[in-house]
Design a protein around this ligand. Structure first.
Ligand SMILES: [Zn+2]
Length: 281
């Protein structure tokens, strides 16, 4: 299923999702901007998406991927094949895009198993028909995640998904997310367009502030001696049903506990600052 919205003459947002009982479980959004396609939707909607690009006569010059997750990179193989365009991806993603892992069953149902893609490495500065693209490294949501600054527009993939995060994936590093948000806040842009929402600059700032506040709250509880399960109970016991069903459906790949552990620095690898208690945990 596909929904599109023309933002300006040369700027289109395209949301896709595989429908079950007339509606998709989840939508993911990607963008067409002046000949560039930023992310590509999921494998299960690839065919529909490329048909749509052809029907709309959108002149596609290149594909830019923000990260390797299947709901962002999943249509790229077919864009490359049918529209004969280059796919650019973060250098760190090239290997996993060329040899994708088998993803868990629930993601195969929602998005589909990704097909191998031979992508070219993104450069920090690129230009396509006079449209200048700056690639900004914004890791955290995934190890390879980047954002793009194109004119005064930010394309931020999954860097922001919820202004008040409650649940995250196991692989996410919230410390890196906060650093990346701080980096983005300091750039010159008006709006940030992502896979699951659109934010103005204040919205990006607010998300960062909310995460810093959450970090403070969690750190206090941790220093009082509560373990991560107890912190989840204390802070996130009253959550929407959707959160609980997502934890169950994903077998814990998505969870509130992931967020608590990540905020405490337990997922933070490269320049790790671990709370002292973690070492004996
Ligand atoms: Zn993602």
């Amino acid at each position: 299923m596909l929904k599109c919205k023309r933002i300006t003459d040369n700027f289109v947002s395209i949301s896709v999702g595989k429908e079950y009982d007339a509606e998709p479980y989840y939508w993911t959004t990607f963008y067409y901007y002046k000949g560039l396609v930023i992310d590509t939707g999921c494998p299960l909607t690839a065919e529909e998406t490329v048909d749509f690009m052809e029907e709309m006569k959108l002149n596609v010059r290149a594909i830019l991927l923000t990260h390797y997750h299947e709901d962002h990179s999943g249509g790229a193989y077919l864009f490359k094949e049918r529209l004969n365009v280059d796919v650019f991806a973060p250098t760190k993603s090239l290997q996993i895009l060329a040899n994708p892992n088998e993803i868990p069953g629930y993601r195969q149902i929602v998005w589909g198993q990704p097909k191998p893609i031979k992508a070219l490495p993104l450069k920090r500065k690129m230009e396509f028909d006079n449209v200048a693209v700056t690639t900004v490294e914004t890791p955290g949501h995934s190890f390879d995640h980047v954002s793009f600054l194109i004119e005064n527009i930010m394309f931020t993939g999954d860097l922001l998904t919820n202004p008040t995060p409650v649940i995250i994936m196991k692989e996410e590093d919230s410390i890196d997310v906060m650093d990346s948000l701080e980096k983005v806040v300091n750039l010159d842009f008006e709006k940030s367009y992502g896979g699951h929402g659109i934010w103005d600059k204040n919205g990006v700032k607010e998300t960062l502030t909310n995460m810093l506040r959450l970090k403070e709250k969690i750190s206090v509880l941790w220093s009082m001696g509560l373990n991560t399960e107890q912190i989840v109970e204390k802070i996130f016991s009253n959550v929407p049903k959707k959160v609980l069903s997502m934890e169950e459906m994903s077998g814990g790949e998505w969870s509130r506990k992931n967020l608590v552990e990540s905020i405490l620095g337990m997922r933070h690898k490269p320049h790790s600052f671990l709370p002292p208690k973690y070492k004996t945990d």
